[in-house]
Design a protein around this ligand. Structure first.
Ligand SMILES: Cc1cc2nc3c(=O)[nH]c(=O)nc-3n(C[C@H](O)[C@H](O)[C@H](O)COP(=O)(O)OP(=O)(O)OC[C@H]3O[C@@H](n4cnc5c(N)ncnc54)[C@H](O)[C@@H]3O)c2cc1C
Length: 427
């Protein structure tokens, strides 16, 4: 093909797409990147200042994700509003099993962090302003045709216009709900958990003390993550509450006071009394995976490739590790004079990331299945497992490494102009 319009088109400027754009700009600056985003969202139209909102949705970032954001030069900014998790408390409601993880036991400042999605988006956008990444919004990628040495991508733009762009590679980061993945012929497998995640911020009479709570109940898991000031342990936590369709409908009908009472029954008193609940959002929970997330000139990332149950807060953390693996392959391809859309390049990304995503999916999926069981021998075994985790240092280290997004293999993430640095990655 003659010189394409750009080197890389990213369909979707959500957390995964925007982070990928920044990582490419930082690690392979010779590549020209265009992000196509359906929402009218752009680095040129940023608010002057950030005011945290009580109702903001947030994400638990593992310690390993902090290392990646440091690598991308984003962490210093992000840390201004990222609440540290110093302790994780895992329990099984109505049963004796409990395990506790403490950052200090693992020689770390924190096990992870909680950051508002809006704040992460703002930090990414501010950082992107300083790069040469092009932004098309509002616009949607609607189709793609393979052409020699690349792809031709069709876009619809905000004014109902259409446009074509050529590139060496299209990365699909559309979150998996737009249908683009299916339109391009990928075959995801879906497993519905028959549950929904209800998300809200809550206030409690006791301070969270920078503790995150994972509580497994007979009706499904719930998590409370420390939220608010990074410097002073406050009284606000981010709730992720899994509920069946029927239970969700009931809870949504309740007044805020009754929601707090219902939550108190389910969670107990470890944080004192629930005094306030903010705006509730809910999402149906499905495990979606794509076994073959690459084609010549096309790769899937983020939720478009894998959408997990949020119980262990792994989805975006997994996506982030995948993005870094992909960018590393783009860097090597560029150095070797290969096209970044070359199938060998994309297959290498797929094979390097495969073990990580398979293990992470298995970890979060088995937590949901194991703790969803009501048969007494299984309850006894899982509670013994939680106690065992608490008592056996090796098992506890393994569990902590999963929670922190760290793991077995050491991977090298390179950055031009800088000595390659070792970052432990969960594979
Ligand atoms: C309830 C809940 C709680 C979670 N908590 C955690 C957590 O604590 N920790 C964690 O690691 N992960 C968590 N996750 C997972 C995390 O939210 C996702 O992994 C992450 O948001 C994925 O981002 P994404 O960019 O892939 O998709 P999205 O955030 O869905 O972004 C997709 C973007 O693509 C755009 N788009 C769509 N179609 C098109 C198109 N055709 N063309 C152009 N643009 C398009 C959309 O406008 C959107 O901006 C949670 C998920 C849920 C549901």
């Amino acid at each position: 093909m003659t010189k394409p319009d750009t080197d890389l088109i990213i369909a979707g400027g959500g957390l995964a797409g925007a982070t990928l754009a920044l990582a490419v700009a930082r690690m392979v600056p010779s590549l020209r990147v265009t992000v196509v985003e359906a929402f009218p969202l752009s680095p040129d139209a940023l608010p002057e200042s950030y005011q945290p909102s009580y109702d903001a949705r947030s994400t638990a970032l593992a310690w390993g994700s902090r290392l990646i954001f440091e690598e991308l030069g984003l962490w210093r900014r992000l840390a201004e509003h990222a609440t540290p998790i110093h302790h994780i408390h895992v329990s099984d409601r109505g049963h004796f099993g409990v395990t506790r993880l403490h950052a200090s036991e693992h020689g770390q400042e924190a096990l992870g962090y909680v950051a508002d999605n809006r704040w992460m988006g703002l930090c990414l956008m501010r950082e992107l302003l300083e790069t040469g990444v092009q932004w098309q919004a509002p616009a949607e990628v609607t189709d793609m045709t393979p052409i020699p040495d690349g792809v031709r991508v069709e876009l619809t733009t905000g004014d109902n216009g259409t446009r074509e762009m050529t590139a060496h590679c299209l990365v699909v980061a559309d979150g998996g709900r737009s249908g683009l993945r299916e339109k391009l012929g990928f075959q995801p497998s879906h497993h519905s958990y028959g549950q929904n995640a209800l998300i809200a911020n809550v206030s409690t009479s006791d301070s969270h003390g920078f503790s995150a709570f994972e509580r497994f109940t007979d009706a499904g898991p719930m998590a409370l993550l420390p939220h608010g000031s990074p410097a002073r342990a406050g009284h606000q936590s981010a709730l992720v509450w899994t509920l069946t369709d029927k239970a969700l409908a009931e809870v949504l009908e309740l007044s805020d006071d009754d929601k707090c009472r219902r939550l108190q029954e389910r969670f107990g008193w470890r944080l004192g009394r629930f005094t306030r609940i903010g705006t509730c959002h809910h999402y149906p929970l499905t495990l979606t995976t794509v076994d073959e997330p690459v084609r010549p000139g096309v790769a899937l990332v983020g939720n478009a490739a894998h959408a997990l149950h949020p119980v262990a807060g792994q989805g975006f953390n997994l996506a982030l590790r995948g993005l870094m693996t992909l960018v590393e392959q783009f860097r090597l391809a560029t150095e070797q004079g290969k096209s970044i859309g070359d199938l060998d390049v994309l297959r290498r990304y797929q094979s390097l990331h495969r073990r990580d995503w398979q293990q992470t999916v298995r970890f979060s999926d088995s937590l949901v299945r194991l703790f969803g069981q009501s048969m007494p021998p299984i309850i006894a075994a899982r509670d013994a497992g939680l106690v065992g985790l608490d008592l056996l240092p090796g098992a506890k280290r393994w569990f902590a490494s999963k929670a922190m997004g760290l793991g077995g293999r050491r991977a090298v993430i390179g950055r031009p102009g800088k000595l390659d640095r070792e970052v432990t990655r969960n594979e």
